[in-house]
Design a protein around this ligand. Structure first.
Ligand SMILES: [Zn+2]
Length: 95
């Protein structure tokens, strides 16, 4: 086997591990794919970036998880927590 081939196989394994680990950390599909591609094509930059994102995984995850929804008192629509107005009927949402 040529060294180039070994290098490609090594990068492939690394990328696969990154994908698997990203999923295990609870990162979304988009993050997992992005990091996988990054580590495969640019291992030198990808690996440090991967570890940075990975260390932030709990933050990303908790941000996604703790978006509280606000039920509209008028129409009962489940609005994202950051809205002050109902998406459906434009009723003012009070705290
Ligand atoms: Zn409403």
């Amino acid at each position: 086997m040529s060294p180039q081939l070994l290098l490609i196989i090594g990068r492939g394994i690394l990328a696969a591990l990154c994908y698997w680990d990203a999923k295990k950390q609870g990162l979304s599909e988009t993050y997992a794919y992005g990091l996988t591609l990054l580590t495969f094509f640019f291992p030198v930059f990808g690996i440090p970036i991967y570890f940075i994102v990975r260390s932030q995984a709990h933050v990303i995850k908790s941000n996604n998880a703790k978006l509280p929804t606000r039920l509209c008192p008028k129409c009962g629509h489940d609005n994202p927590g950051n809205l002050n107005q109902c998406e459906k009927c434009q009723n003012q949402l009070t705290l």
